[in-house]
Design a protein around this ligand. Structure first.
Ligand code: SF4
Length: 235
């Protein structure tokens, strides 16, 4: 639920295209708008908006240490193509060393508790550090990826992290995304060409088969209800 103090902003934003909305947020909250990228093609479109229009929004990524090689490649290509320096946040060294020493490297397959512990150390805690002190968190969420996102507003209040969230391409279809990436020469993760929809850590992401749900490629050994990593409340 968006607090009342944002209702005018929300109405103004609803009239704007994504790029102009990002510019408005950057002007309204100078130095306090931040975009998290995982280098999915949704995120690459938003990075393209920000970098090609030179919108003053900080771009960061959570390097969990377990990403695909293809993801590091597209990160590197993006820095080169746009002359950018995407900021990297890493897991806390002490937490990670302790966790891996006691549980081993692949404990996420053994229990939900271990999987959530791994996601907390590699994603949630670094995310909290990245968001700290900011006012707006821009994301590449799309409604098509999860039924829980049906009816989600583009501008919403994140009660967990106490921050405004803006989803510029929430209502784009997969076709819209693909076409925009190809038409604009945007570097993208080639795993998308191999059936990967939502690309996270390598051990916890697989391609989906025809007819499978978009989320089937993440934590496929778990029940649907538990499939979230703690970054968004409506995964
Ligand atoms: Fe760990 Fe898998 Fe979560 Fe990545 S997605 S942080 S490897 S449990």
């Amino acid at each position: 639920m968006l607090p009342d103090r944002y209702s005018t902003l929300s109405q103004d934003m609803a009239q704007l295209e994504s790029i102009d909305a990002l510019k408005k947020l950057a002007a309204q909250y100078p130095g306090k708008v931040i975009f998290s990228t995982s280098f999915s093609w949704e995120d690459q479109i938003i990075a393209h908006f920000i970098l090609s229009e030179k919108i003053p929004v900080k771009i960061f990524t959570l390097d969990t240490g377990r990403l695909f090689e293809e993801t590091y490649y597209v990160w590197s290509r993006t820095n080169e193509q746009y002359n950018a320096s995407i900021e990297a946040y890493y897991p806390d060294k002490n937490l990670l060393e302790e966790f891996l020493t006691s549980k081993g490297p692949n404990s996420f397959y053994q229990s939900l508790e271990n999987r959530k512990g791994c996601c907390y150390i590699r994603k949630v805690e670094p995310l909290q550090r990245a968001l700290d002190g900011n006012e707006v968190w821009v994301t590449g969420l799309r409604a098509e990826h999860s039924p829980e996102r049906t009816g989600l507003p583009q501008l919403e209040w994140d009660e967990t992290n106490h921050i405004l969230k803006y989803h510029p391409i929430l209502n784009w279809t997969t076709e819209d995304v693909k076409n925009f990436v190809h038409e604009n020469g945007i570097p993208y993760n080639t795993l998308h060409d191999k059936g990967f929809i939502s690309i996270g850590c390598a051990p916890c992401t697989r391609a989906i088969r025809e007819g499978e749900d978009f989320r089937a490629g993440r934590w496929w050994w778990e029940n649907r209800e538990t499939k979230e990593c703690g970054l968004h409340s409506h995964s």
